[in-house]
Design a protein around this ligand. Structure first.
Ligand code: GLY
Length: 255
């Protein structure tokens, strides 16, 4: 497995299959709260199986941006209270970018902050939303409420990403090509040559490494992190104006 560190307390593990431990070791943890979306629940079941021996509780949140409403977040808080998730316990968010954005926000605010681990199940989520510690929910506008806070670990299982349909692979490719244009031109050449048949493990690792490096320099987006918004100004306009998926709008923005 590739291991990329952001600071000294947030790590990203990338590889085929699952790492030997999905959550970092902790002698104080008594249970895990697994938050997932219906479309990712098969992966969440696999994660729960890997976590055998730990008390795991699972909760399904709404699909897509529906996970990022105050109502959906309040439902999760009520559930966390009902299972007694304590300050030394851990939340694991399994799903696309909305699941990790929302799970990260919930973890940052539950009992003033508990550990969170992300398992992204979309390419877009794996290379962008799950990396860099931006959490957010939509109140009055997209991501207007949130905090900067890193997960303790991000587990990127490339087998999950490789099994995605082409449309989701294309959406993730837009964010990866963005990184290629910013820092690793060979990524753009690889996509030109191989299309969606690129070596996903190599390219995902490279894209995450670039983003991690930028985030290390500028966690709270005072300067350099703004580079990651390449293609996003027009992209966001197209996304909300035309109601198309984020990755497709970013692709148009990049062009
Ligand atoms: N999605 C851009 C960033 O994380 O800064």
């Amino acid at each position: 497995m590739e291991r990329i560190l952001i600071g000294d307390s947030s790590e990203i593990l990338i590889g085929r299959g699952w790492p030997s431990e999905i959550v970092p070791p902790s002698s104080h943890r008594t249970r895990l709260a697994l938050i997932t979306q219906a479309g990712a629940s098969a992966w969440a079941d696999e994660v729960a199986t890997c976590l055998a021996g730990i008390d795991v509780e699972m909760h399904i949140i709404p699909d897509g941006e529906g996970a990022k409403t105050l109502e959906a977040v309040a439902d999760v808080y009520e559930w966390l209270a009902s299972i007694g998730l304590g300050r030394t316990d851990t939340i694991v968010a399994v799903g696309g970018g909305a699941a990790t954005d929302s799970g990260g926000f919930i973890a940052a605010t539950w009992m003033r902050g508990v550990e969170v681990v992300y398992v992204p199940t979309t390419l877009l989520g794996a290379v962008d939303a799950a990396i860099g510690g931006k959490t957010g929910i939509n109140v009055g506008g997209k991501n207007l409420v949130g905090v900067f806070r890193h997960p303790s670990r991000v587990v990127v299982n490339v087998d999950i990403l490789a099994a995605l349909p082409d449309r989701l692979l294309s959406q993730g490719a837009a964010e990866i090509i963005k990184v290629g244009l910013l820092a690793e031109p060979w990524i753009v050449d690889d996509y030109r040559q191989h299309g969606l048949g690129v070596d996903l493990e190599r390219i995902v690792t490279a894209a995450i490494a670039v983003k991690a490096g930028i985030v290390e320099r500028d966690f709270t987006e005072q300067g350099a992190r703004g580079l990651l918004n390449l293609g996003h100004t027009i992209g966001h306009g197209v996304e909300f104006g035309a109601g198309i998926p984020h990755g497709e709008a970013v692709a148009i923005g990049l062009v």
